[in-house]
Design a protein. Structure first.
Length: 162
């Protein structure tokens, strides 16, 4: 049974993920600046830092106390092995710390220098950040499908239903 608490938590996680997706698409559609001296000032680099900062928000939401019952529900209905592996590995190798530094740099400029670790945080981490994003996508998409199937069996309609 999917409770209202689970539904609201799923909506919260999904909303945070959609912000990540929007920023990733913007980054991917921005022209790639190949000049190393000016790359950090390019739109693509700015979108990448915003995308990475939004990944930090998604990670924080996933790990929050408020989400314990939601993540428990997800774990019961969806394989989260890849996501768990990436999060643990990212903590161990410093990738998550760099994601956090980027978030702090982007949203706490009153306390950050221009050439801060957070400004440079995404450099060299694109593959990991994309894998993490894709793992969240897989988990949330599968969970949303599961919730909709359960609701369909219970006769609960959704806006996406015909």
């Amino acid at each position: 049974m999917v409770t209202d608490e689970i539904r609201i938590g799923m909506a919260n996680l999904h909303d945070a993920f959609l912000n990540c997706s929007l920023l990733r698409r913007s980054m991917e559609s921005a022209p790639l600046c190949k000049d190393a001296d000016t790359f950090h000032m390019s739109d693509r680099a700015r979108y990448e830092r915003l995308w990475v900062a939004s990944l930090a928000v998604l990670i924080e939401a996933w790990r929050s106390g408020q989400m314990i019952p939601v993540v428990s529900h997800i774990r019961q209905n969806t394989d989260i092995g890849k996501l768990t592996q990436l999060l643990r590995g990212g903590e161990k190798d410093g990738s998550i710390a760099q994601i956090r530094e980027t978030r702090h740099y982007m949203f706490h400029r009153d306390k950050r220098e221009y050439w801060d670790d957070g400004r440079l945080g995404p450099v060299g981490n694109l593959k990991y950040n994309m894998e993490l994003h894709d793992a969240f996508s897989h988990v949330l998409l599968n969970t949303m499908r599961c919730v909709m199937e359960c609701d369909k069996m219970l006769g609960i309609a959704h806006a996406t239903d015909g």
